[in-house]
Ligand binder design. Structure first.
Ligand code: NAD
Length: 380
């Protein structure tokens, strides 16, 4: 039996990525599955329709036609309400679901009896590394943050010795040295900047130094469960703010990526600190969508305050859509490997640790407890 997999064109504004690239479509076709791709699904990421056709996909003209009879739908962005309404009972949907920001859509998916896997819930265990879409897309976001920061900065990043004089290198400060932060550090280093970084997790220091950047050390360790950060005490917060503010004030570009899963992003840069920065300095706040690491950040907007530019990009991976899609697609290929067995049959037992942890909605129930509470609270 073949499995029918559907790849829609993403409908959220500004999204340029596609869930499956032709290379992965070809592998699924070779394994005997049917892959339907909506026309133009990959065109904004520079994967044209004819590449999908060569890979063996069936191109379809409309979402309605695409979803009719689809067993597994693969997406980048969470489905919209109108997409959900086109999906038949029992359809499996895989993608980022941002459940805490989409309680109504989650409730609708529950009512439509869909089986929904949220890639952001995939546990970060070794076996799931190839399915870690949060990491692959954070890599793309971190890279773009350094590029956007460099582009918005009125200075060269590298040191230059020229007949017209010597240029001192710019200083780039990265706050939060997780996946995105480390990629931003590596990119800013390659552009020739002096790079400093800070993270509440002491373990990040070694990784930062191995990339040739300076780690700003504070005498606390805030590594919590599973390698993520825990929340700091008020005294720790005050100390941290003092050290971070001084580093922010001397930087030309500040890239912030600090997040605590399931909570509002920590506030690391106050408007008073922004006022201490040099005119022309830039803040790229990758935590814009989860509340912002900088007080002045507005998601999706660029603010200029006393000559300092504060950018709040909400979807930087979409700015590097070719490779971000390629990486996401590989993550999905691995994930699909859990949902389709060796005989090409669709798996319906979701007790596997990775499937169980990422199963957001199934059989008319919200399986992820925090989302269930959220939806119950909103009475959706
Ligand atoms: P994240 O996006 O949740 O947060 C980004 C960074 O912000 C983290 O490094 C966090 O420590 C830091 N942060 C939080 N509060 C801060 C504050 N007040 N000041 C400064 N920094 C602050 O993190 P992530 O990129 O998803 O990675 C989190 C951890 O998970 C890291 O240790 C990473 O190496 C690890 N990880 C493991 C795997 C795996 O084993 N498969 C995969 C990816 C990431």
């Amino acid at each position: 039996m073949v499995v029918a997999i559907a790849v829609p064109k993403e409908v959220v504004g500004g999204e340029r990525r596609v869930a499956l690239v032709p290379e992965v479509v070809e592998k699924l076709r070779k394994a005997g599955h049917e892959v339907r791709v909506e026309r133009d699904a990959g065109s904004l990421a520079y994967y044209p329709d004819d590449a999908y056709a060569r890979a063996g996909a069936t191109l379809v003209a409309s979402p309605k036609e695409l979803y009719a009879g689809a067993q597994i739908v693969v997406k980048v962005q969470p489905p919209t309400r109108s997409e959900v309404d086109l999906l038949g009972e029992g359809t499996v949907v895989i993608g980022f679901m941002n459940a805490s920001r989409n309680p109504e859509v989650v409730a609708r998916m529950r009512d439509r009896q869909l089986s929904v896997f949220a890639l952001e819930l995939v546990p970060r265990i070794t076996r799931a590394q190839s399915m870690d879409a949060l990491s692959s897309q954070a890599t793309a976001g971190g890279y773009m943050a350094a590029i956007v920061g460099a582009e918005s900065c009125p200075k060269f990043l590298p040191m230059l010795t020229t007949a017209a004089g010597t240029i001192r290198p710019a200083t780039v400060l990265i706050l939060g040295a997780g996946v995105a932060g480390l990629m931003a550090i590596a990119t800013a280093k390659r552009l020739g900047a002096i790079v400093e970084a800070y993270d509440v997790r002491r373990a990040a220091g070694e990784q930062v130094r191995s990339l040739g950047a300076k780690f700003l050390a504070l005498e606390i360790n805030a590594e919590g469960e599973g390698g993520y950060a825990r929340e700091l005490t008020p005294e720790e917060k005050a100390k941290e703010q003092e050290m971070v503010s001084a580093a922010v004030a001397r930087a030309d570009v500040v890239i912030t990526t600090a997040n605590i899963p399931g909570r509002k992003a920590p506030r690391l840069i106050s408007k008073e600190t922004v006022a201490r920065m040099r005119p022309g300095a830039v803040v790229v706040d990758l935590a814009a969508e989860s509340g912002g690491n900088c007080e002045l950040t507005r998601p999706g907007e660029t603010i200029v305050s006393s000559g300092v530019t504060v950018l709040g990009p909400t979807n930087l991976p979409a700015a590097v859509p070719f490779h971000a899609s390629q990486m996401y697609s590989k993550n999905l290929q691995s994930f699909l490997g859990l949902l389709i067995d060796a005989n090409g049959q669709r798996v319906t037992d979701y007790s596997d640790e990775i499937l169980a942890a990422s199963l957001l909605v199934h059989a008319g129930e919200i399986r992820h407890a925090p989302t269930r509470d959220l939806v119950a609270g909103g009475k959706s």
